[in-house]
Write a protein that binds this ligand. Structure first.
Ligand code: AMP
Length: 480
């Protein structure tokens, strides 16, 4: 056995210097991505475990994920969202500029590092910033509006891991660019609702709020600070600091004493400018029209800095009344311009897929059922083994889901596998059949069998399976 070595936290090598635009890289503040000291672990142990807060989604769990992926894709298609995939890694500066310092994501949770080339980069902590960047970079503003984009994939946050909170988490993301009308806010919420309902989650409800424009927000923040300054001693230590850095964040502090105090603070809705108030009123009317369940939560501010006007979250409630946030989003009418693009109103939301899967399991929603193979292809002898590879692909091209046990030589062993799988048809290709271009087709239900030419094999199998052939996917059309 290899002797166990102890791995000490490595000192980062100074990376090669590369000239970078001044604005692109800020001197890193201690608060950004402060690395925790690496624990002492044996090198061999490292080989066998994933990182803390990151996990494998094993085949067992995939039926739930498949159902989620399918629901997201069909909802995206039905509502006219086009798929976009952006890199998992972007310049750190993109996230700092859009999400802003003073937020948990940037101050505590972002995974940032310097590349060998000297670039300061970060694993995406959410989708909006990257999709916004892509929107500008690829000149999408010239496309007919609104532009609806959809994505799905992992995002990364250096959070304290626990059930339902991971460092690598999956999100489904929907963004709409180029439309300021609140009807789009309602439609985006409708998509979120459609997805979670289709996934079988019943006790779901939106929380909505409006945080207005940056100007009305400033007025609100002033009033909030004035109120909280007088009661500062009742706040937790972190929130006392937030009073100067990011007072709105105090509203979603989970500490009991802060929760108590913030229930009495002035409400953002009372400070809205006329347009934002009208926007919010229309949104609520649309939500009523759609009969979406919602409640107004005047304390909802969301942790990201780029939101304007509408902010919302979608929550699930269990039998004991415990609530789980499944996703959230809002309007970000200034972000694209702030990132250097043309003024572009936009709205979007991200759905936390890990939480959705947990909820599906908790409420015993049926997972997706992958189609089961109904045909087994058995082979005997070297030539038959070789030919069966081609036959398998022939069946697969016709959408007939087939399975095999190519590694086994004995026909008896293969038939045992076929029996265990409960297939309806077994195709047997022996030395003789391989030589004369035929195959034996056995109906496993009636026990009858016939020899057919390999050209007729697909038809013979389909005949036994009747019309309801299990299609793994639509048959591949050969290109002419
Ligand atoms: P947020 O934009 O931070 O509200 O995130 C949107 C959704 O992603 C949340 O409602 C959660 O469902 C999910 N989410 C956020 N952070 C985590 C995490 N650390 N682990 C798992 N899911 C998360």
């Amino acid at each position: 056995m290899t002797p166990k070595k102890t791995v000490l936290p490595k000192k980062a090598k100074p990376a090669a210097k590369k000239p970078v635009a001044k604005s692109a890289v800020k001197p890193e503040k201690k608060s950004v991505a402060k690395a925790a000291p690496a624990p002492l672990v044996s090198e061999n142990e490292l080989l066998m475990q994933s990182l803390r807060g990151m996990r494998d989604i094993l085949p067992d769990e995939q039926p739930y994920w498949e159902r989620v992926r399918r629901s997201l894709s069909t909802a995206a298609q039905d509502y006219g969202f086009q798929r976009i995939d952006t890199p998992t890694v972007e310049y750190l500066h993109l996230f700092v500029r859009s999400i802003k310092e003073g937020t948990d994501i940037i101050d505590k949770e972002i995974y940032s590092f310097q590349t060998r080339g000297g670039d300061r980069v970060a694993l995406r902590p959410e989708f909006t910033a990257g999709i916004g960047r892509a929107y500008i970079q690829h000149g999408m503003s010239v496309l007919p509006k609104p532009i609806r984009l959809f994505s799905m994939g992992p995002v990364f946050r250096y959070d304290r891991p626990q059930e339902g909170r991971y460092r690598e988490l999956w999100q489904g993301d929907f963004e709409v660019f180029g439309e300021a009308d609140p009807i789009l806010d309602a439609q985006v919420m409708q998509v979120a609702y459609r997805v979670v309902r289709e996934l079988g989650l019943k006790d779901v409800e939106f929380q909505v709020n409006s945080i207005g424009t940056p100007e009305s927000r400033k007025r609100y923040e002033k009033a909030l600070v004035r109120f909280l300054e007088s009661q500062k001693h009742k706040l937790c230590q972190v929130c006392r600091e937030r009073l100067t850095t990011n007072p709105m964040r105090i509203l979603d502090c989970k500490e009991d004493k802060c929760v108590q105090l913030t229930s009495q603070v002035p409400q953002a809705l009372d400070f809205l400018d006329d347009e934002s108030r009208a926007h919010f009123k229309s949104l609520l009317e649309y939500l009523d029209e759609l009969e979406l369940p919602y409640s107004i939560n005047p304390r909802l501010v969301r942790g990201l800095d780029y939101y304007t006007r509408t902010v919302f979250e979608i929550w699930s409630t269990d039998r004991e009344g415990k609530k789980y946030a499944l996703g959230g989003g809002g309007r970000y009418d200034n972000l694209i311009q702030e990132l250097g693009g043309e003024p572009t109103p936009a709205i979007g939301f991200g759905l936390g897929l890990d939480r959705v899967v947990l909820e599906m399991k908790r409420t015993q929603v049926r997972p997706y059922e992958f189609p089961k193979p109904r045909v087994f292809l058995a082979q005997l002898g070297d030539l038959a083994k070789k030919k069966s590879l081609r036959l398998f692909s022939e069946l697969e091209k016709h959408g007939i889901l087939t399975t095999e046990s190519f590694g086994r030589g004995s026909l008896k062993a293969q038939m045992r596998v076929a029996g265990r799988l409960g297939v309806e048809v077994t195709i047997i290709l022996g030395q003789k059949e391989a030589l004369d271009g035929t195959a034996i087709v056995k109906d496993m239900v009636s026990g009858t069998q016939e020899t057919v030419t390999q050209e007729r094999l697909v038809d013979a199998v389909k005949k036994i399976l009747k019309t309801n052939v299990t299609l793994a996917h639509p048959p591949v059309k050969s290109e002419k």
